[in-house]
Ligand binder design. Structure first.
Ligand SMILES: NC(=O)c1ccc[n+]([C@@H]2O[C@H](COP(=O)([O-])OP(=O)(O)OC[C@H]3O[C@@H](n4cnc5c(N)ncnc54)[C@H](O)[C@@H]3O)[C@@H](O)[C@H]2O)c1
Length: 351
């Protein structure tokens, strides 16, 4: 039986990956210490998801480990010797990082190095998939000429009509401390690929979403927006007239791509993984879509100050992913994703 080690296993992407590979017959080892509750308070708690996995996955093995614990990470990799590693544990918030710079860097950059080096020592041939972020591009996407529409921004430059490709520069722009710690991890994951010829990849996520996100104001925009809508709670829009565009990909489509990479790995690859143009929406459009399922108007206030370094318009160019893995494509539309998030929050609030 093949063994998969997933860090951040109780989070959105980690849990989806655990379930997907378990359904394919893999033995699953999850690593998570519920740090999300420390980063974001009780609303970010992921213990419920850990329990869900234990109930759904036969023989699920949870390891209560902080990835900053270098010796602990080395021991677990040597003990389990997984056939593949999926690294999703992180301090994931752009805005939170400035208040906790050491926790952010130690988790995102140093934690990733701990895992890479432990993998090299224990099982260098095992594919290593790392969740990176589109924030590695910093605010450079904001330099692309834009066109303003009634409810959204879009690229006016035809070079980016299909979205942002992986060749876009990550250099000399404002990243936020989070973006910078993720750049360090991203480059290190590439380096372990190129330098040691290990099968690694960086997945630079747009908005990764789905019904199992513990969305909070500072992370998980769509999940949090739907939650606010259902509870009649005020959602704060920060700048750009609410027309800022995000591309949203369901966590199941992310898990399917990771499985495709692990089955036919390549060395030191980088992919922009998001919903692409078809699954993109502005905040105002997300309000409309959500209201179409809940029949509740979104209560919101507008703050005329954008989040530092926030993208005005970002959607991923999925061409490279589709070319390298032709069996993969987006299978869940934005509408279906929002419907699932609505149903999930309703279910969780009635528990
Ligand atoms: N969700 C998004 O929109 C998005 C977008 C781009 C990139 N990403 C990246 O994808 C990855 C997964 O994101 P997510 O949305 O699933 O996040 P999440 O917060 O839902 O899950 C991350 C999990 O990691 C755990 N964790 C955090 N620090 C840890 C540590 N030091 N030791 C052990 N466990 C720890 C948390 O408790 C949490 O359960 C992250 O690397 C994130 O930066 C996410």
């Amino acid at each position: 039986m093949k063994k998969l080690l997933v860090t951040g296993s109780s989070g959105l992407i980690g849990s989806e990956v655990c379930l997907y590979f378990a359904s394919q017959g893999w033995q699953i080892h999850g690593v998570d210490n519920n740090q999300r509750a420390v980063f974001f308070g009780p609303q970010g708690d992921t213990r419920w998801n850990q329990q869900r996995l234990a109930g759904l996955i036969h023989g699920y093995q949870h390891h209560e480990l902080d990835i900053r614990n270098r010796q602990g990470v080395l021991e677990i990799l040597k003990d389990v010797r997984p056939d593949a590693i999926v690294h999703t544990a992180a301090q994931p918030s752009h805005d939170r990082a400035a208040a906790i710079p050491f926790d952010d860097f130690d988790t995102n950059a140093v934690g990733t190095l701990n895992l890479l080096e432990a993998t090299r020592q224990a099982c260098p041939e095992s594919p290593f998939a790392h969740m990176s972020t589109n924030k590695v591009y910093g605010d450079r996407p904001n330099t692309i000429t834009l066109q303003e529409f009634h409810r959204r921004w879009d690229y006016a430059d035809s070079e980016f009509a299909g979205g942002i490709p992986e060749t876009f520069s990550i250099d000399q722009s404002k990243h936020s401390l989070f973006g910078a710690s993720k750049v360090a991890a991203d480059v290190m994951v590439q380096e372990y690929g190129r330098y040691f010829n290990m099968p690694t990849c960086c997945l630079r996520g747009g908005c990764l979403t789905g019904p199992n996100h513990s969305g909070v104001e500072l992370h998980g925009f769509l999940s949090y927006l739907v939650k606010c809508n259902l509870e009649g709670r005020e959602y704060k829009v920060f700048g750009y007239k609410g027309k800022q565009v995000r591309d949203n990909i369901h966590s199941e489509d992310v898990a399917r791509f990771i499985a495709a990479f692990i089955s036919t790995p390549r060395v030191a690859e980088v992919y922009n993984i998001g919903g692409g143009k078809n699954n993109s929406c502005s905040i105002l459009e997300a309000f409309d879509l959500t209201a179409s399922f809940t029949s509740r108007e979104q209560v919101y206030t507008y703050v005329d100050q954008n989040r530092i370094g926030d993208h005005i318009c970002y959607y991923s160019d999925l061409t490279k992913m589709r070319e390298h893995y032709p069996g993969w494509d987006i299978t869940i539309s934005l509408k279906d994703t929002i419907q699932q998030i609505v149903d999930a929050w309703k279910g969780r609030s009635s528990e």
